[in-house]
Design a protein around this ligand. Sequence first.
Ligand code: F6R
Length: 609
Amino acid sequence: MCGIVGHLGPRNSVEIVMEGLKRLEYRGYDSAGICFVNEKGQFSVFKKSGKLENLQALIAKEKIIARSCIGHTRWATHGEVNDVNSHPHNSEDIALVHNGIIENAEEIRTELLAEGVRFQSDTDSEVFLGMLTFYTQKKKMGLVESIAQSFKRIRGNSAFVILNRATSEIFAVKRGAPLVCGINEISSEVLVSSDPYALVGVVDKLYFPEDDIICYLSAANKNLLRFFDLNLVPSKRYFSKKQEMSFKASEKGNFEHFMLKEIHEQPELMRGLVQFYFHGEGKDSLHGITQLRPERIIISACGTAYYAGLVIRNFIETFNGVSCTHELASEFRYRKPLVNPKDLAVFISQSGETADTLAAQTLCKELHVGTLSIVNVEGSSLYRQCDHNLLIRAGIEVGVASTKAFTQQVLTGRILSHVLAGHLNDKEKTNALIYKINTLAERVDSLLVNSGLIREVAQQLYNKKGFFFTGRGPYFPIALEGALKLKEIAYVHAEGYAAGELKHGPIALIDHEMVNIAVMGEDLFEKSISNVQEVRARKGIIVVIGPESHREEIKKISDHAILLNLEGLGEFSPLFLNIVNQLLAYYVAKCKGTDIDKPRNLAKSVTVE
Ligand code: F6R
């Protein structure tokens, strides 16, 4: 989705904003632009559709130095992808960039047109600029007052960053969309962005404003950053923390793609999670939830996080004996769900900014249900809105296709189920859990150094017509996640199915050009084999990802067998098999030559509904 960066300070703001936009490329976009105050005291605006390199080429010809700049990568919602609709939008005195959607933009545009305000683009974002122009010029209001007035008027989730030409100062405000500010007091720099990643290495303190809070970034020495509510009263409605993310975590190192690097990070992250929750700071957040005894658990999320939730539902049912429902956030939020205050609603999200997940959380809060997040980004909207939070500690995930976040979400879900079962103080059970996670980490380590077979299978199959990922019981969510990974980065048709469902319809699609990736473990092994037989009888190509202990049976019925040692992994066997699916998707995409880290049409964090 769109990315926003604004910078004010003694160094060249244009360079810092361009670097910030570069880091936000992973979020997905289709055009980019910047605006700054030039040495004549006027706005200079550069914007270009397509990749950031196009914008870079445009400004490379200029010699630019500016002390204040705003920039944007746009993921089109209102108005087609072209230079005019790209951000920033500006008048002579005000420039702005926008993330999100103004739902009542057309109504406001009509009113402004009647007042003589004119527009260049088809975007809803320019309507906000029109309002600011109207209030400052016709109503003679100050800029900050106009921002407050205009922001009260719009509906929908949005974040704006606004540059004032006269003072070079920057304002930012948001509702239901991500926004973070950061300061470096030593260098007197202040930044704002839709993503903390853009701020790494420049600031040392982060501030996450709440909704309807105006952030005022100025160059004044002791007052780099101030906050006001929409009545312009100074406010403390923000969450602040030290900037801890490191550059190392955000670089590709020796890996060809971030996705591959992130797949390889998993064993270390698993160990880190154990360390954090059982021997480190994370203990406190676990102690904070030991008293929870929900009658029912409702899990809600989107995409990969939703599939992680399916695995976690199995944990809750198996280890807690608590009823657990599992909901797509984008559907749940529009139902009239029958919930009660004795339930616990669990929201899973890497970014903590997914619009539908946030809306589902708000709905639960309104219905007086306690909320808990399993989330990666500390300080994100979901993190701030939930009553309890468990961080998944995956570090920054740059690859658009989620890999390590899925694994960490599932493991964190298992730790949640352990605590809710009252086992946190049970040494034996806790040690057994830790041992199992560490064993999983070791097995993944050795899988990663022996992934040649997975690459070969990908090379042989990448051109086939379609892929059915199948699984039963705990392996069914892995089939769904495997199919999602393959389609999003390799652009091949893939479906995830409960293996027992194939014969109820989709088996009609099976022929010699269709591949069945059958994911199976010890549970329901024989039933899974029978399902594979059904596909084989129809000449489908069979790949089994399954337990080494059943080598002979698997070899007999498959064209390709990827066998793993699942012994001792218990409920984590599905997670282990999922790593094979991640690598398979990666290598198929590589054979196809797609843009693996930035697949077409996708955005890392889906902040529109
Ligand atoms: C797929 C993927 C998406 C996200 C989904 C939710 O690889 O990454 O399906 O899982 O958009 O995003 P978060 O977890 O940020 O809420």
